[in-house]
Design a protein around this ligand. Structure first.
Ligand code: ZN
Length: 390
């Protein structure tokens, strides 16, 4: 089965101009001018791409695919994600994690949901562990989880600077990082430590301490929620200049923004304006997480649910409201997370890369079509593949 997308403006994320893209067997077989197929009997589809941008499928480095939350009691546990929550918004790859609650939420359940969404057409990777330290695992060790279980590419969200975390010591965090690193090395994965950074005044001081005291590379860590405040974002700049990718969260609420959180698009614009390279910021959805609002005394005063769609909305806002070039915005929603997480087949449109492709209207940036590993999930803005129970 071959698919040929004709004459779209291709961003790899870099602009390549008007090109045809040939999809074969889940991969991009060719990107070139004027590809023509003269096939006898072989089935193939030709899509007119001339009104569209063709861009890499979005790579979301944190989504809570089985749900999360519960900070307001059992009735505030958030629901699980569905296929079309991601596919209709161009997100083709997600990295799934647990969050605050690793008691009623479990890693086996996370892995089962990852298999389900993968079966339905997405690309799902997972973090072992959760907020807490000692880290909960499937096999009893972070290293063994990453080494032996395909979906696990790292550990996270390990919580630092947060009242819901375990307040690990530098030695404990260094040990987790080395376990993840060795598990990753032995299995050809990145073995990243994905950090939930809370509102605590210590910010990323613990990471600086770990890398100062122990032979753990800074790039073993991947902090998220860095757009909690301008101060936190800027606190990360020297780390970004040393190679760390800073992740900002797209799901937000008016209350959180009023308290000083930056929208993901705003944070991206701010970081670029402050001289951070476009390769060093990524945007995650925190999809299906709870977005709890705590008052100054630590009381829960509100709770909403994160959405995977927020990554796409952040992309549109970055381009249309903050005048960020399309290629820089694509780095943030796709390329950077894929590179930093070692997902070499993702985050770019290139020959022999996975055919995770989004077509967007050039005038409105509305999504027309989405392919994931060469399978068309969305056409004419509508889902053509639905989740099992839709
Ligand atoms: Zn978090």
């Amino acid at each position: 089965m071959l698919t040929l997308i004709k004459n779209s403006q291709v961003y790899s994320p870099e602009p390549l101009g008007a090109r045809d893209i040939l999809i074969c067997d889940g991969r991009i077989a060719a990107i070139a001018e004027n590809i023509s197929l003269s096939l006898q009997g072989a089935s193939h589809t030709v899509v007119d791409g001339s009104n569209f941008y063709a861009v890499p499928g979005f790579v979301d480095p944190l989504a809570h695919i089985t749900g999360g939350g519960g900070e307001g009691g059992f009735h505030t546990r958030t629901p699980a994600m569905n296929l079309t929550d991601a596919s209709l918004f161009g997100v083709t790859t997600l990295v799934a994690g647990l969050g605050t609650d690793a008691t009623t939420r479990s890693l086996p359940d996370l892995l089962a949901k990852a298999h389900a969404l993968e079966h339905e057409g997405l690309n799902i990777f997972c973090y072992t562990g959760s907020y807490e330290v000692p880290v909960r695992t499937v096999t009893g060790s972070v290293r063994d989880d990453i080494l032996l279980i395909d979906q696990f590419i790292g550990v996270g969200e390990v919580a630092v600077a947060d009242h819901r975390g375990s307040h690990p010591s530098a030695h404990e965090l260094a040990r987790i990082a080395s376990e993840a690193r060795v598990g990753g090395m032995l299995s050809g994965k990145r073995g990243i430590v994905f950090l939930h950074v809370g509102e605590g005044a210590e910010q990323l001081d613990l990471v600086r301490q770990v890398c100062g005291q122990y032979p753990v590379p800074l790039t073993q860590f991947y902090p998220t929620h860095m757009n909690r405040s301008v101060a936190l974002l800027q606190h990360g700049y020297d780390l970004a200049k040393q190679g760390m990718v800073l992740d900002v969260t797209a799901s937000t609420t008016p209350e959180l923004l009023a308290q000083g959180e930056l929208s993901a698009a705003h944070a991206l614009a701010q970081a670029l304006a402050d001289g951070i390279d476009k390769t060093q910021i990524s945007i995650s959805s925190d999809g299906n997480a709870s977005l709890p609002d705590f008052d100054a005394a630590g009381n829960l005063v509100g709770l909403q649910v994160g959405r995977v769609a927020s990554v796409y909305e952040a992309f549109v806002s970055a381009v249309t409201e903050h005048s960020i070039p399309i290629n820089a915005a694509l780095h943030a929603v796709s390329t950077n997370a894929a590179r930093y997480l070692g997902l070499t087949q993702k985050g770019q449109l290139r020959e022999q890369g996975d055919a995770d492709i989004v077509l967007m209207h050039r005038d409105s940036l509305a999504i027309d079509s989405v392919w994931s590993r060469g399978k068309r999930l969305v056409a004419d803005g509508q889902a053509v593949v639905h989740g099992t129970f839709k």
